[in-house]
Design a protein around this ligand. Structure first.
Ligand code: KG4
Ligand code: ZN
Length: 332
C-alpha cells in the first residue's frame, strides 16, 4: 500500500510517500523561514500564498523521489487541522482535487495525531500504552495513548505553547525567527552562570503547563540590564531553556509514574532540542522508563507523519470526500 501524505498546517509545505509498514519512500519539506524571518514570525497571508505556489511542485517532487506515479497511490492523507486555516485549505483543496480526478480514497488527518505517529516511523516503535508529549509551536499537550487511535489528553498549556515561548524569547533577545534553534545555539555558547528562572509547576499533581511567566521574567531581566550583550543573551537563553525543559520533563515523567506506564514518546518541533532530548533520556533511564525520540527531522513538521496516520486509518478513507474542510482548532 502507498500513502501520499500532505501537510500545509503552518509555514512549511510538506508531502511524503509511505509504503506498507511505515517505510518512508520520500519526505519533502519546503521551509518558508526566509519569507517570515524578516517579520519575526509567521505571516498567515504570506504563508498561504507560498503554499499555493509550492503545493503542486512539492507533491510532484515527493512522488518522483519515491519513484511513484499518482496511479500507484492507494490513499491520500491530508492535514485538516489544527493550524492556520488559510494554510490548511491549500493542502486540503489539492488533496480533494487529486482524490476526485484520480479516484483515490481520501482521509483528513489531525496534525497532532501526526506528531504522535512520527514515533511509528522509527525502528523502535512504541508499544501501547504510552505517554506522549507533543511540544510544538502551537501545542504543548500531554497524552496517554491507550490503543491505536485512542488518546486521553492529560495536560496542556494554559497560555503559550513551549515552542511559541522559545520563539518569543528569541525575538526578545534579537535572535531572529524561528527561535527554538537560535535559543539552543545561544545556550550552547553560554559563558558564566545561566539566569535562574522560577519553574511554573502550578497546582500539585497538575499536568497542565504555563510558560508565559518565564517569558515575562526573561523580559524583566532584559529591561533591568544596562546592556543586552552576548554574555547576557547566552545566560538568559540557557536559563530559559533549562527551566522550560525541567518542567516538560518533570510533568511527563510524573504522569508516566502515576499511571505506571513505562514508555514515553516525545515529539513536535521542540523535541528537536538536543538538551531536552538528553535530559528526558537521562532522567527517564534512572527510573527504567523507555523514551522514544523520533529523529529531529521527523519531530518538526513533515508529511511522513501524516501519511503514517493515513496508513493506520486507511480503512476510513473514502472516495467523494468532498465535504472535507479545514479546521483551525481540533483537539484529539
Ligand atoms: O512541530 P513544529 O515544526 O510546527 C508546529 O506544529 O508548530 O514546531 C515548530 C516549533 C517552533 O516554535 C520552533 O521554535 C520549535 O518548534 N523548535 C525548537 C527547536 N527546533 C524547533 N525549539 C527548541 N529547540 C529547538 N532545537
Ligand atoms: Zn507541528
Amino acid at each position: 500500500m502507498l500513502v501520499l501524505g500532505i501537510d500545509t498546517s503552518c509555514d512549511d509545505t510538506c508531502a511524503a510517500v509511505l509504503k506498507d509498514d511505515f517505510e518512508i519512500l520520500s519526505s519533502v519539506v519546503s521551509s518558508q523561514d526566509e519569507v517570515h524571518g524578516r517579520f519575526g514570525g509567521v505571516v498567515p497571508e504570506l504563508a498561504s500564498r507560498k503554499h499555493v505556489e509550492n503545493i503542486i511542485p512539492i507533491i510532484d517532487h515527493a512522488l518522483s523521489s519515491a519513484r511513484a506515479a499518482l496511479s500507484d497511490i492507494d490513499v491520500i492523507a491530508v492535514t485538516r487541522g489544527p493550524g492556520l486555516v488559510g494554510s490548511l485549505v491549500v493542502g486540503v483543496s489539492a488533496a480533494k482535487a487529486l482524490s476526485l480526478s484520480r479516484s483515490i480514497p481520501l482521509l483528513g488527518i489531525n496534525h497532532i495525531e501526526g506528531h504522535i505517529a512520527s514515533s511509528f516511523l522509527t525502528p523502535n516503535r512504541p508499544a501501547y500504552p504510552f505517554v506522549a508529549l507533543v511540544v510544538s509551536g502551537g501545542h504543548t499537550n500531554l497524552y496517554i495513548a491507550r490503543r491505536e487511535g485512542e488518546y486521553m489528553l492529560m495536560g496542556q498549556t494554559l497560555d503559550d505553547a513551549a515552542g511559541e515561548a522559545f520563539d518569543k524569547v528569541a525575538k526578545l533577545l534579537g535572535l531572529g525567527y524561528p527561535g527554538g534553534r537560535a535559543i539552543e545555539s545561544a545556550a550552547n555558547r553560554v559563558r558564566g552562570e545561566p539566569v535562574e528562572f522560577t519553574r511554573p509547576y502550578m497546582k500539585k499533581g497538575s499536568h497542565d503547563f504555563s510558560f508565559s511567566g518565564i517569558k515575562t521574567a526573561a523580559r524583566n531581566v532584559v529591561a533591568a540590564a544596562e546592556a543586552l550583550d552576548e554574555a547576557l543573551i547566552g545566560r538568559i537563553a540557557a536559563g530559559f531553556q533549562e527551566a522550560v525543559i525541567d518542567v516538560l520533563v518533570s510533568k511527563t515523567l510524573d504522569l508516566a509514574r502515576r499511571e505506571s506506564i513505562d514508555t514515553i514518546v516525545v515529539t513536535g518541533g521542540v523535541a528537536a532540542n538536543t538538551r531536552l532530548r538528553t535530559v528526558m533520556d537521562e532522567r527517564a533511564s534512572k527510573r527504567g522508563t523507555r523514551v522514544l525520540l523520533p529523529p529531529k527531522h521527523l519531530c518538526t513538521d513533515n508529511a511522513a507523519m501524516i501519511a503514517a496516520v493515513g496508513r493506520i486509518r486507511a480503512h476510513e478513507a473514502a472516495l467523494n470526500n468532498l465535504t472535507l474542510n479545514a479546521v483551525s482548532r481540533w483537539t484529539i
